[in-house]
Design a protein around this ligand. Sequence first.
Ligand code: GDP
Length: 351
Amino acid sequence: MKSAMREIAGCGASPAPRVTQKRRPLAREEYVEGILRGDRTVLARAVTLIESAREVDRALAEQIVEDCLPHSGNSIRVGITGVPGAGKSSLIEALGRYLIAEQQQKVAVLAIDPSSQISGGSILGDKTRMTTLAASEMAFVRPSPSRGMSGGVAQRTREAMLLCEAAGYRNILVETIGVGQSETAVHEMVDFFLLITLAGAGDELQGIKRGVMELADLVAVNKADGANVTAAERAREEAQSALHFFPAAGSGWTPHAVTCSALTGEGIRELWECVLEYTALTRANGWFGNARREQQRRWMHEMIDQALRKRFDAHPAVRSGVAALERDVAEGRTTSFRAARMLLDAYTRGS
Ligand code: GDP
């Protein structure tokens, strides 16, 4: 039942059928043509392939990503983080509606939930999110990858992002869900990083403590509405002065703090104008392109690390020896260094 619910939630914006039915498999070219035409159903199916743990799906997904790569990159990638309850999904919904209605631009929303890797799907990821936005033809809303997915949550989201770009989405919003340490992973894949905070929660500075504020290009104090307006303004001032403690970024941009309300829509336009200002500035001074190239370089190394680890774990000599060596290390019969060296030697001898 749980996974069936997720299946439905997983269809989100995509007009994929709600009941499980056997669908005709698509060929690589059909996927690519469909994505380039902006077909949301095909895009959703391609993202499902990306998330699949089956080797055959992965191989096809990699080919599709490769074919779409020349058509990707033409977007603004915005990462959005904040504690659960800060209003991330409400704000994304408001921002998405603003971009569609007032800027006539398509929006893709992707999510990262590292806890899904451990629990097989987070509770938060299960809730139906952003329903109004998801109903729009101009939006593609994809909840966090969950079921049966193995390894590389960030990599899967990056690949999904590239496909969305090839499908003509000029605005990509990547949300962090759950309480995992996903902020750095998201920061590594976006152009602009938005931290959503709350006033009056007694922990306005929690972003600083966890090192998240340091990553932020903009801090938005949400829920600045009703009786909360004054407190929100005070929290904004505090965040603003906290931001001064961080060294200036090489981007030439000075991070600052704003207030907004996802509920009333107040401040949403101004928030997006900050994003546009940032991209105009960093495109002009070269930071934008350089940062993306640097990200790609790091992605390459991350993928090598993952692939090597996978090969190492699958190696027969490692598989047969690892359990005994783990016991030896745990019981003090050998050191972790020596055990690691033995396994690595066995791996290199046999590969
Ligand atoms: P998330 O967990 O960070 O995604 O937070 P949600 O978007 O689910 O919002 C948590 C709660 O705060 C929900 O009950 C929202 O209705 C409420 N909320 C979100 N944004 C606002 C806002 O701007 N003003 C007010 N008053 N409530 C909000």
